[in-house]
Design a protein around this ligand. Structure first.
Ligand SMILES: [Zn+2]
Length: 132
């Protein structure tokens, strides 16, 4: 059997995730400097002050302005940080089983165990019409 995540490992991953979130926000800010929407820079400043709730709104309003892969990653990182706060980090969102520490070390944003992730990718490939 695989090792479960220890509290110390989780702390280390939380630090990595928070660091990655700040780096991503920095990159998104830079990308926005290339666009002409100066008001969006103010929005990012606001997010830093007000926290998670407004970030979701910000992200949806910025979708067209920023490289999508950064947004996708930021969403994943935010979701993982939220799970840590809620005490649900390291457990599969589908089956509830602990996600092996090894998997979380290589993919800190993983929200599913390997079996459920495989299943998800097979059934939701391309996000077409699968509403359960
Ligand atoms: Zn699972």
């Amino acid at each position: 059997m695989s090792e479960e995540l220890s509290p110390r490992q989780q702390d280390a991953l939380e630090a990595r995730l928070a660091e990655r979130r700040d780096a991503l926000i920095g990159e998104i800010e830079q990308e926005m400097e290339h666009s002409r929407h100066s008001s969006m820079e103010e929005l990012v400043g606001l997010v830093r002050d007000t926290g998670d709730e407004s970030l979701a709104d910000l992200i949806s309003s910025l979708d067209s302005a920023i490289a999508n892969h950064h947004l996708d990653e930021l969403r994943d990182v935010e979701a993982a940080l939220r799970r840590i706060k809620l005490g649900r980090y390291g457990y599969c969102g589908d089956c509830g089983e602990p996600i092996p520490a090894e998997r979380l070390q290589s993919i800190p944003t993983a929200g599913r165990c390997i079996a459920c992730q495989d299943h998800h990718e097979r059934t939701h490939a391309g996000r077409r019409g699968a509403s359960l």
